[in-house]
Design a protein around this ligand. Structure first.
Ligand SMILES: NC(=O)c1ccc[n+]([C@@H]2O[C@H](COP(=O)([O-])OP(=O)(O)OC[C@H]3O[C@@H](n4cnc5c(N)ncnc54)[C@H](O)[C@@H]3O)[C@@H](O)[C@H]2O)c1
Length: 270
């Protein structure tokens, strides 16, 4: 664990090490050079959103932090995987790949994995079906330009929207609620910890054990020449392949808008 604030790093390491006896994980404070030689480098360093601040507004602060973190770790192990968590995660993942010079499949972000989990939670309450049986993804951007790919969603092989329980459900309100959940948490307690912590731990496990799970993450998509949040197969090489999920016309427009918004932010950084 590395942090610009050594005292915070020590405190976090001591706190996390209290869970060591329940697993084989060892937690300790390290150096940037050591972090650069890790199999997976998880980058969470960055300013947090203030109440009312959008993730894209965070870019100026977090670009500089990201640059300093990655350059401090150089030379990074050529087979390392970098996972971005700091926001705006899709844009910062793109920048991290450029700065680190690692292959695009080895640099990815937590993207809309958390949002897809939040979505499944709500759908499981409506349908009375366990979350893993629900295949429905939040996509585009982990932020205000995210959307749900309703048209391709399936539950037990049946289109989600064919379920009688979905009749009368306001899909826009549901999707909006999912995308705003972080703001609701931040307004009440200042930051989000547990959901994202679980997502990051799960993604590390997927990579380290080559589990080939399908996760909606920030990954490079040639079609858009950009990092976008979309389902991908995750394994020991990082992003093994992208799932080119079928979008209807409305969803495709939302994806194009998300890509345009992220590219416009990136062009301001250049
Ligand atoms: N992608 C997601 O779903 C998701 C979820 C939660 C938080 N986040 C993002 O993660 C980031 C961190 O959130 P947090 O709640 O942990 O914030 P935090 O303020 O608790 O922690 C950020 C840490 O980064 C450190 N830091 C700052 N500059 C640094 C530098 N140059 N080098 C090393 N360390 C540095 C700080 O000292 C601090 O300890 C934010 O950008 C937040 O928006 C993303």
């Amino acid at each position: 664990m590395v942090d610009i604030n050594q005292k915070v790093a020590e405190g976090q390491a001591l706190d996390l090490a209290d869970s060591q006896f329940l697993s084989s994980t060892k937690v300790r404070v390290g150096t940037y050079q050591e972090a650069g030689q890790a199999d997976i480098i998880v980058i969470t360093a960055g300013a947090n959103q203030r109440p009312g601040e959008t993730r894209l507004q965070l870019i100026a602060k977090n670009f500089n932090i990201l640059n300093s973190v990655i350059t401090s770790m150089a030379p990074i192990k050529p087979t390392a995987k970098i996972m971005l968590v700091a926001n705006p995660v899709d844009v910062l993942t793109h920048i991290a790949q450029k700065i680190s010079g690692l292959p695009k499949n080895q640099v990815f972000g937590s993207g809309t994995f958390l949002d897809s989990g939040r979505l499944r939670l709500e759908l499981s309450k409506i349908l009375g079906v366990s979350e893993p049986a629900i295949h429905c993804y939040a996509m585009g951007e982990h932020g205000d330009h995210q959307f749900v790919a309703w048209s391709s969603a399936r539950v037990g092989g049946v289109p989600l929207l064919d379920y009688p329980q979905m009749k009368g459900v306001d899909l826009d309100a549901l999707s909006h609620g999912v995308s705003r959940k972080a703001y609701e948490i931040i307004e009440r307690k200042g930051a989000t910890y547990y959901g994202i912590g679980a997502c990051v731990a799960s993604l590390c496990d997927t990579v380290l054990h080559d589990r080939r799970d399908i996760r909606s993450i920030s990954c490079y998509n040639e079609k858009y020449d950009s990092y976008v949040s979309m389902p991908a197969v995750v394994g020991s090489n990082g992003v093994e392949s992208i799932i080119d999920i079928q979008l209807n016309e409305t969803e495709q427009k939302k994806m194009d808008n998300a890509v345009a918004a992220m590219k416009s932010v990136l062009s301001e950084c250049n």
